[in-house]
Design a protein around this ligand. Structure first.
Ligand code: SF4
Length: 420
């Protein structure tokens, strides 16, 4: 294929976004021009996600839609669905090229030769980071996962846990900082597992970033409860650069369900992590994920879980309704929960999350915080985030874009949101 216009349509996690950005830069160096996903392009690259059945459906719909509206263009499907649904994706008449997680970083070479190289396996680490957003960059530090949680396809599509070196990460993080981006988000599949099998683990990386990188803000993405050590929490508490924002996926507030999910902690361990954070940083953001409707989750287990969530100071929850997959260990589990019951439980969890979020915003009301303002102009307004991830809205002012400004937080509105 000759160099032309390329548009990316990226689904799923921050890792996919970081990787799309890196693949795009390779294509640009080969003479391609990157255009917005809504513009006419010669090639559409769909970076797929299959974390849920709904995510898969969205990807398939996008593939069909793009080819229908741009019949002259070529469509390449890359990423997790290309890895695990290769046959089904190949059978789609809309698809011209497929590159799985092993071959997607060679996409530029493969397009030249119209053939798939398959010499790599999923044990190679490919560095990636996103650029294009002036405010924030997602920096991939780790990939893959050695855990085998019963509901998760990620180890199948992304392979075993592996990491970048601290030296490489420091170089890239400093280059991001020097390009003017104010915030770097450390991203991976299981970042708490950084450095597995090597001497230097996540606390060593965080200490090195703290000392050597000039970025004003470094944020951790989601980290497993059993891997969030006291060392990491204490480092964040002492640091000016590491933001007091923790996303710790709980998934279920009941030990029996956690055991069936094959998670590696119990609620006591989770509580100890939250207590440690709050004891050192009372206003830190402690967000979590919860899956509802996991097979066999009884009424009593659900009630136990929601009572537990009510009792601990998490700032808010991302609630996921369980959807059955054909590829994971849980697909063999009996006692599926009826969709209407999953819907009811999900509604109760969403309600609780909204209450918790409002409480978290109210606790921060009246405090003075630093807000990093973003570049989007949404109906005359702009948004920014504090270090502990509170959202602030104000009238759009180009002079505030990509600047960190001191703000006295008023009372939140019911969104919740701080309006200044
Ligand atoms: S820790 Fe569990 S849920 Fe997270 S990526 Fe690994 S297997 Fe999936």
């Amino acid at each position: 294929m000759k160099p032309g216009k390329v548009a990316f349509h990226t689904f799923g996690c921050k890792l996919n976004f970081a990787e799309s950005s890196t693949i795009a830069r390779t294509l640009v160096s080969d003479g391609f021009t990157i255009v917005d996903e809504h513009e006419q392009a010669d090639l559409y690259i769909i970076h797929t996600c299959m974390v849920t059945a709904a995510a898969e459906r969205k990807c398939r719909t996008a593939i069909r839609h793009l080819k229908r509206t741009n019949p002259q263009s070529q469509v390449a499907v890359i990423g997790c669905m290309a890895e695990l649904r290769k046959e089904a994706i190949s059978a789609m008449p809309e698809v011209d090229f497929i590159f799985d997680n092993k071959t997607k970083f060679d996409l530029d070479l493969i397009l030249d030769h119209h053939e798939h190289s398959n010499t790599e396996d999923l044990s190679v680490f490919h560095p990636a980071h996103s650029l294009g957003d002036r405010t924030r960059s997602f920096l991939k530090i780790q990939d893959g996962c050695d855990y085998h949680c019963a509901y998760c396809t990620i180890p199948l599509v992304r392979g075993n846990s592996r990491s970048d070196t601290i030296d490489n990460i420091l170089k890239t993080a400093e280059a991001i900082a020097r390009s003017g981006v104010q915030e770097t988000v450390l991203t991976g599949v299981n970042i708490g597992d950084f450095g597995r099998g090597k001497e230097d683990r996540l606390p060593d990386l965080l200490q090195a970033l703290e000392t050597a990188v000039t970025s004003p803000r470094i944020r951790l993405s989601s980290i497993e409860p059993d891997l969030l050590t006291d060392d990491i929490i204490s480092l964040v508490a002492r640091s000016e650069k590491l933001m007091p924002h923790f996303h710790i996926p709980l998934q279920a507030g009941c030990d029996a369900v956690l055991k069936r999910m094959k998670r590696r902690y119990n609620v006591k361990i989770f509580s100890s992590r939250i207590e440690k954070i709050i004891s050192l940083m009372p206003l830190a953001c402690t967000a979590t994920d919860v899956i509802t409707g996991f097979p066999g989750e009884t009424d009593d287990e659900f009630r136990e879980g929601i009572a537990y969530l009510r009792s601990i100071p998490v700032s808010y929850m991302h609630v996921f309704s369980y959807s059955e997959r054909d590829l994971t260990a849980d697909s063999a589990y009996p006692a599926k929960i009826h969709p209407s019951e999953i819907h009811r439980r999900s509604h109760l969890l969403h309600q609780l999350s909204e209450e918790k979020k409002l409480t978290f915003y109210q606790q921060n009301s009246g405090t003075r915080q630093e807000v990093l303002f973003e570049s989007d102009n949404t109906g005359g307004f702009m948004h920014g985030f504090t270090g502990n991830y509170l959202k602030v809205r104000t009238l759009f002012n180009p002079e505030r874009v990509n600047r960190i400004l001191q703000v006295q937080l008023p009372s939140p509105n019911s969104d919740p949101l701080f309006e200044i």
